[in-house]
Design a protein around this ligand. Structure first.
Ligand code: FAD
Ligand code: SIN
Length: 538
């Protein structure tokens, strides 16, 4: 019989920038379990292109980075969180550089020049440090090498967390976490993982939409698990759409980094006309919500399938030196960006809301933390500033680690946990139902809860989601859990949270734009907070 019971000081669910950074910060003094789906590269972290924003030059300053973040966030960022992240950014960059992160330098020849900083939408300075145009790949590899070498970190690949085990769930009158039930995807056994502290670092929920820049595992599992366990969830109406994903029949949601626009690329209509100049003074470098909405509007008005991104006016050598990976990928699809333009469309990219946390990453449940894209820290408000996300993952991982160290000084006993009960379920006889429901849900969200919303569309989505929820719950109650079923169940919960939050915000702000309330309303200048029925605060 394989072992299905595991005990650790800290269980971290998620092996992206957030989870791995936390593991590295804690492993000196504690044994840490790092659980992830599939192979470790299936993270949004691995796909990041542009870079990490940080004030690194004398001509730049914290006040400017703070102000740019607040402006992008459209009036509802938590200023304390913004200040905390911005002021900790240079230290995080040094931490990564010390670990060997290959940040691009000004001089490629000797690799010793100053860091090369690029610019992205909404930033008033060049402050995005990067590793060519594949920063995430370099980051994932730097962190995972360090994680793999650490004897106190137990990496468990090929596993998907199903649900959290809380005192409340076991009928114990306490508000604390004990661990999680986790499906081992190789053995198909559900394992019981006990831990004094559990951290959700499961990334975003962008696969809720039909078209997304994210890897397949971005199904909002941490947000859904936290909601079911009783945690408050905030700002889920603010789903960010990246303006420029490659539009090509064979390309599966390939992002074209905003740094291209930072280095001078123009957005054009099929007739070659630039259109952002008439929409915003910052033109192509306006914050993402504005650019994505402008593209969506042009596509709908003109009935076109895509717009064009054009950097061909810059020298070929510059393009190839700065964007080698994008260049190689485009070549595979027969596109040469040094001579022609790139067909692009917006796609769902980033989850600004998430599990409500305080400055230490603590959630509403004692010893349950959430960090990275799965968390709501208040940093992004109604729209995230480009390249602030990887930074947030690592800053909050450091802060959470310091707090967890304190918590672990006094350990409370964990009762023996019941094993997963699979006695009333059988193997599914209709796997195809799961695939159909996945598609229907993601199509519904794309059609009715996208870049432009209305009450009618949101209500229509709410009705369909309710029906799907019913079907999925029934299926979940009768059949053995599988990876796809777990993800579908979570996507449905997250869709409900997005639609419910969107219905509550009767104004347009940042990423939430509705034709029924097209203006800002200062009565709504606050986060949307959803509190579940089983919240410990009730
Ligand atoms: P992820 O990196 O997504 O990792 C999530 C982890 O959780 C994975 O290991 C996954 O397997 C695991 N997981 C999920 N659910 C479960 C479960 N139920 N059980 C077990 N494990 C689970 N941000 C920037 O700041 N700069 C950029 O240049 C940038 N570019 C981007 C480009 C693209 C194409 C994308 C998609 C995003 C980009 N972002 C960028 C956003 C940024 O990459 C993400 O917000 C960030 O990487 C999230 O890190 P994370 O650790 O929170 O989650
Ligand atoms: C990009 O490179 O355009 C993505 C940056 C981000 O999402 O922060």
């Amino acid at each position: 019989m394989p072992n299905t019971n595991f005990h650790h000081d800290v269980l971290i669910i998620g092996g992206g920038a957030a989870g791995m950074s936390l593991a590295l910060n804690l492993a000196k003094n504690h044994n840490v379990a790092l659980i992830m789906k599939d192979v470790s590269k299936e993270t949004s972290t691995n796909y990041a292109q542009g870079g990490i924003s940080a004030v690194l030059e004398d001509t730049d300053n914290f006040a400017s980075h703070i102000s740019d973040t607040l402006i992008a966030g459209a009036g509802i960022c938590d200023e304390a969180s913004v200040r905390y992240v911005v002021e900790n950014a240079p230290e995080i960059v040094n931490w990564l550089a010390d670990m060997g992160m290959p940040f691009t330098r000004e001089s490629h020849e000797d690799g010793l020049g100053e860091y090369h900083l690029t610019k992205e939408g909404g930033h008033s300075h060049r402050r995005v440090i990067h590793a060519d145009d594949a920063t995430g790949k370099a980051l994932q590899s730097t962190l995972s090498q360090a994680v793999k070498q650490h004897p106190n970190i137990h990496i468990a690949n090929d596993r998907i967390a199903i649900d959290l085990i809380t005192a409340k769930k076991l009928g114990i009158d306490d508000n604390r976490i004990y661990g999680a039930y986790i499906l081992n995807l190789s053995s198909n056994e559900v394992e019981t993982w006990h831990a004094d502290v559990v951290t959700l670092a499961t990334g975003g929920a962008n696969k809720v939409y039909l078209y997304s820049s994210n890897p397949d595992g971005s199904t909002g599992d941490g947000i859904a698990m936290a909601w079911r366990a009783g945690c408050r969830i905030a700002n889920m109406e603010f789903m960010q759409f990246h303006p420029t994903c490659l539009y090509h029949p064979e390309a599966k949601s390939y992002l074209i980094t905003e740094a291209l626009r930072g280095e001078g690329a123009f957005l054009k209509l099929p007739n070659g006309e630039r259109f952002m100049l008439d929409i915003d003074d910052r033109a192509e470098l306006a914050p993402r919500d504005i650019v994505a909405r402008a593209i969506d509007d042009k596509m709908k008005r003109l009935g076109i399938d895509n717009v064009l991104l054009d950097i061909s006016h810059r020298p070929e050598s510059f393009i190839k030196q700065h964007f080698p990976n994008i260049d190689a990928t485009l070549n595979k699809y027969g596109i040469d960006m040094s001579t022609g333009s790139i067909p692009v469309v917006p796609a769902s990219h980033y989850t600004c809301g998430g599990v409500m946390t305080n400055e230490f990453g603590q959630t509403d449940i004692h010893n349950l933390y959430a960090i990275g894209e799965t968390a709501y820290t208040g940093l992004h408000g109604a729209n995230r500033l480009a390249s602030n996300s990887l930074l947030e993952c690592m800053v909050y991982a450091k802060g959470a680690a310091e707090h967890i160290e304190e918590q672990l000084k006094v350990k409370e006993a964990i009762p023996s946990l019941p094993t997963w009960d699979a006695s009333r379920v059988t193997d599914s006889d209709e796997e195809v139902v799961v695939a159909h429901n996945w598609h229907e849900l993601r199509q519904t969200m794309w059609n009715y809860v996208g870049i432009v919303r209305t009450n009618k569309r949101l209500q229509r989505a709410a009705n369909r989601i309710e029906l799907l929820q019913y079907e999925i719950d029934e299926y979940y109650g009768n059949f053995k859990v599988t990876n796809d079923l777990i993800e579908l169940r979570n996507l449905c919960v997250v869709s409900h949270l997005i639609v419910e939050s969107a219905l509550q915000r009767k104004e347009s702000r940042g990423l939430h734009y509705t034709l029924d309330y097209p203006d800002l309303d200062e009565n709504y200048a606050k986060p949307t907070i959803l509190q579940p029925k089983n919240s410990p605060l009730n």
